[in-house]
Design a protein around this ligand. Sequence first.
Ligand SMILES: Cc1cc2nc3c(=O)[nH]c(=O)nc-3n(C[C@H](O)[C@H](O)[C@H](O)COP(=O)(O)OP(=O)(O)OC[C@H]3O[C@@H](n4cnc5c(N)ncnc54)[C@H](O)[C@@H]3O)c2cc1C
Length: 395
Amino acid sequence: MASTSASGKQPLNPLDLFDIRAELSDEERMVQDSVARFVDEKVLPLMRDAFENHYFPQDLIPQVAELGLLGSSIEGYDCAGLNSICYGLICQELERGDSGLRSFVSVQSSLVMFPIHAYGSEEQKNRWLPAMARGEAIGCFGLTEPHGGSDPGNMKTRAKKDGDDWVINGSKMWITNGSVADAALVWAMTEEGLRGFIVEKDMPGFTAQEIENKFSLRASVTAALFFDNVRVPAASVLPGVVGLKGPLSCLTQARYGIAWGVIGAAQACLNEVLNYSRERVLFGRPLSHNQAIQLRLADMARRITTAQLLALQLGRLKEKGRLSPTQVSVAKWNNCRAALDIARDARDILGASGISAEYVPVRHMLNLESVITYEGTETVHQLVVGKELTGINAF
Ligand SMILES: Cc1cc2nc3c(=O)[nH]c(=O)nc-3n(C[C@H](O)[C@H](O)[C@H](O)COP(=O)(O)OP(=O)(O)OC[C@H]3O[C@@H](n4cnc5c(N)ncnc54)[C@H](O)[C@@H]3O)c2cc1C
């Protein structure tokens, strides 16, 4: 796979030019290896069909649960209690398979289990976390509404107190896992401010409708949620948080995972195109012998390396409890942009074959169009950084 080294030393790994792997602890390497093996053996053989036929391969759920990948950063409640670098590596390897599977794990872990663990009552934690870690209960996270996801403060979904209960009215859009979830973590405006509610799938007045005909994240379930006078008991409100900081803190966790995850998609594209350009012979020589092709391959490797270094430092800051949401925005923005550009360029180097699902770049490219949009669009992250630099809110 690696090219011949000019110095005669061990050639560099083109997918890890700066040897990030050597920076990892034994445990982190072990986690990466076991997820990589799972992706190679169990995920990749399914993904092309799942993407082409627009379904999420649910058989993978017990397997990711068995590997301890659901809520992996949580300690206790039958969760694995792994560190932040491990969570990043899990996302990276899963997304090397497909962004849809990584999205499933991100939503379950960072957007549902994290807030239940951080803000839930002991009863909520005991009821949901072990079941979610085992993959027996699926969660979804309802923040985005049809009128505009970038501005969650302008939330129209309302929850009103009625005796001891709450009554929810409104709708949510583009919700990953929405129509397969047992519990929807729904953010709704109340008289006290924004609050999180655990809405169960069979509660009267709650419906979920799958969004069909997507050209991106086809191996992931996305749905619209509707709340028509849904009555939830007081025990279903997250007691520990009021206000936008609730959902935003979840997004920081998930965006952290995305910053790592997209590296896997980019590596899969570079790997494919390295092999292809060695074998494809045009004008009497392999494509890889052309300067113009080498420039493009080198640029992909440079971008992957930059993304890896950002992700690793982000993980170290997170481990020290010094992670700022602005740093996460820089990494989500940079790494998604890098991965999408790599996927698009890899698709082009494959020529006509690049539009075939037989090769991975077009699937990753289409998926990454969602990944660069969800959890804050590229523009939203740029504005977060602009605000940090100038002190001025330009949203
Ligand atoms: C496949 C998929 C899965 C998703 N899963 C979930 C989920 O599980 N839960 C959930 O809650 N949401 C989910 N989302 C929704 C996602 O988070 C939103 O799509 C995203 O936040 C953007 O919101 P929007 O689509 O309404 O676009 P809008 O907010 O309407 O933005 C439209 C455009 O305007 C730009 N823009 C916005 N504000 C400004 C500004 N101030 N200045 C300049 N430009 C601006 C944006 O960058 C964008 O280009 C998912 C989306 C997709 C595609």
